[in-house]
Design a protein around this ligand. Structure first.
Ligand SMILES: [Zn+2]
Length: 200
C-alpha cells in the first residue's frame, strides 16, 4: 500500500470496525465524528485527539506545537462544512453558502509546507507544524476536489441508510459502497435472500 494511501479504520459505537477509504484526506477527515445524531461517532474529544489523527498518514503531520482548544473547535466547524458540501455535491444540490464560506476561511491560513529530506528521496512537513496549517491544507484539498474533475465522482454510499460519502478515484468509476465488507456484502446478502425467497 502507498504510504500516502487515504482511508482510516472507523469504529461503530455498537462495536465492530471497518476500513473506510473516502478517497481524499479531507473526506476521511469528515468522518471523524459529527454533530447531532452523528455525535455518537465523535472521535475528536480533545485537542490531543486531533493531533493524533493528523499525525497518521496521510497527512502524517506531526504537530510541533500543541493543538489548542480553539483549533479543535475550528476543526469541527471545518469538518461539518466539508461533510455538508460533499453531501450537497453528491446529491447534485447547490453547496450551502455557509459551508463554502467556512472552507474558504480555513484555506486562508498558511498550509503545511512540504520539505524534502537531505537525501532527496522522502519528504515531510517543514516545522513549525501547527493544526491551523493542517486544516488549511484539508480545506484547500476540498476546494480542489469540488472544483476539479473528480467533483462529479463525489458520492454517498448506495446503501439506503448509510450516509458515508467518498470520492470515487477508481479508473472505471463504478464504486458504489463505502466499504465492500460493510455495505457491499450486506447488499449482496440481501439480494441473495430475495432471490432465494422467490424460488419455489
Ligand atoms: Zn455504506
Amino acid at each position: 500500500m502507498r504510504v500516502n494511501a487515504t482511508g482510516r479504520v472507523l469504529h461503530d459505537p455498537k462495536g465492530g470496525s471497518f476500513r473506510f477509504d473516502a478517497g481524499a484526506v479531507c473526506l476521511d477527515f469528515a468522518h471523524t465524528g459529527g454533530e447531532g445524531q452523528y455525535a455518537i461517532f465523535e472521535t475528536l474529544h480533545e485537542p490531543a485527539d486531533l493531533a493524533e489523527w493528523l499525525a497518521q498518514p496521510p497527512p502524517a503531520a506531526v504537530m510541533t506545537a500543541t493543538v489548542t482548544a480553539r483549533e479543535l473547535t475550528t476543526a469541527k466547524v471545518l469538518r461539518q462544512a466539508i461533510w455538508d458540501a460533499a453531501h450537497a455535491r453528491a446529491a447534485r444540490r447547490p453547496l450551502p453558502a455557509e459551508a463554502v464560506a467556512t472552507i474558504n476561511r480555513a484555506a486562508t491560513a498558511a498550509p503545511l509546507i512540504p520539505e524534502l529530506a537531505a537525501d532527496g528521496t522522502t519528504a515531510g512537513w517543514a516545522p513549525p507544524v501547527r493544526a491551523t496549517q493542517a486544516l488549511s491544507t484539508l480545506a484547500r484539498e476540498m476546494i480542489e476536489l469540488l472544483s476539479g474533475p473528480l467533483s462529479e465522482r463525489i458520492r454517498e454510499c448506495a446503501s439506503d441508510n448509510c450516509p458515508l460519502v467518498f470520492v470515487d478515484t477508481s479508473r472505471p468509476g463504478a464504486r458504489r459502497w463505502c466499504a465492500m465488507e460493510r455495505c457491499g456484502n450486506r447488499h449482496k446478502l440481501r439480494a441473495l435472500r430475495a432471490r432465494q425467497a422467490m424460488e419455489p
